[in-house]
Design a protein around this ligand. Structure first.
Ligand code: AHR
Length: 313
């Protein structure tokens, strides 16, 4: 009789491969699809990885289930984009107890103990919000409306998500410095085109005098543009409603070029390479920083043409 061995529930893979469990938020946006592709492109067999990918379809409970399954399969690393910031303490403690490093990408977690994750790779969403406000300020100055009352509505992303929290606080901070900017409404449209359209239609019925829409991602913007046109209005700096967006995916940059969107604040989805670099450092026992912020810019008619030539997503 030997000593009873714990059951090995690990996915049988070539021992030389590094097993990475990835829990993705969902496929709510074009940006998200690009983010997923950037992960799938680096964690390949050719690069020495075995990837277990889970799409949580925008539900936290699905993400928790996926993380528990990665832990029971004893993956080498967990790469994880949390839908919201709250509610991760228990499952991240379980990963820590199992000694599985957790690499956060895109969004953050709000936990009392930051040893529950190794590092975070993502965007400075707060700065993005400020860049959106600055772009609006510049547009209003071009229009000589710098002193006029400006009625603003905000289409927000998923409640409690880092992207929503940061973009809202960054924008509101600068808005607060302009006594003439009035935020009429801030509504939740979940980062999707369908909700963006539905909420914008509702806002246009409630407020006949909207000057500006701040839409916290391009997908909601596509819906909002439908609603604006549907109401017989023209989007754009030369039209009736100024539209400021976030993400800067190709289809939206085309609308910056045509003038429908006045400014689009970039959100950089190419985080897979960063995650892979972090894992390689850890494999080599090298130090890893607690956060990596990806570079981002803002696009207007001035600089969009060149960016469009290079955009792949
Ligand atoms: O967390 C990043 C945000 O999530 C992107 O702006 C949005 O498009 C995505 O769904």
């Amino acid at each position: 009789h030997g000593v009873e061995q714990p059951e090995d529930t690990r996915t049988p893979v070539d021992d030389n491969l590094i097993v990475v469990g990835v829990s993705q938020v969902g496929s709510e946006s074009v940006w998200r699809t690009a983010n997923t592709a950037s992960i799938q492109n680096v964690f390949t067999k050719e690069n020495g990885y075995f990837l277990i990918f889970n799409n949580a379809r925008q539900k936290q409970e699905n993400q928790i289930k996926a993380l528990r399954s990665f832990i029971s399969q004893r993956v080498d690393y967990i790469v994880f984009s949390p839908i919201t910031e709250d509610g991760w303490d228990t499952v991240l403690q379980e990963a820590k107890d199992a000694q599985i490093p957790v690499i956060l990408i895109d969004r953050k977690v709000d936990v009392p103990d930051d040893s529950l994750y190794t590092t975070w790779i993502g965007s400075d969403f707060y700065k993005e919000g400020r860049m959106a406000a600055t772009a609006l300020d510049e547009c209003l100055k071009r229009q000589n409306r710098g002193e006029d009352r400006i009625n603003i509505v905000v289409l927000q992303g998923t409640r409690g998500a880092t992207a929503t929290i940061g973009r809202t606080s960054g924008f509101n901070e600068i808005a607060g410095e302009h006594g003439n900017w009035v935020i009429l409404d801030q509504v939740d449209a979940e980062f999707t085109t369908a909700k963006g359209q539905e909420q914008m239609e509702r806002l246009l019925r409630l407020h006949p005098d909207i000057d500006v829409v701040i839409s916290q991602n391009d997908d909601m913007t596509f819906g909002a543009l439908e609603a604006i046109r549907g109401a017989g209005l023209t989007p754009g700096e030369e039209g009736d409603v100024i539209v400021i967006s976030f993400d800067a995916v190709k289809a939206a940059l085309e609308l910056v070029e045509s003038g429908d969107i006045t400014a689009d604040v970039e959100c950089n989805p190419n985080q897979g390479e960063y995650a892979e670099t972090v894992i390689q450092k850890m494999e080599n026992n090298e130090a890893v920083a607690k956060m990596y912020v990806v570079p981002e810019t803002v696009f207007t008619r001035e600089n969009v043409t060149k960016a469009l030539e290079e955009r792949t997503y």
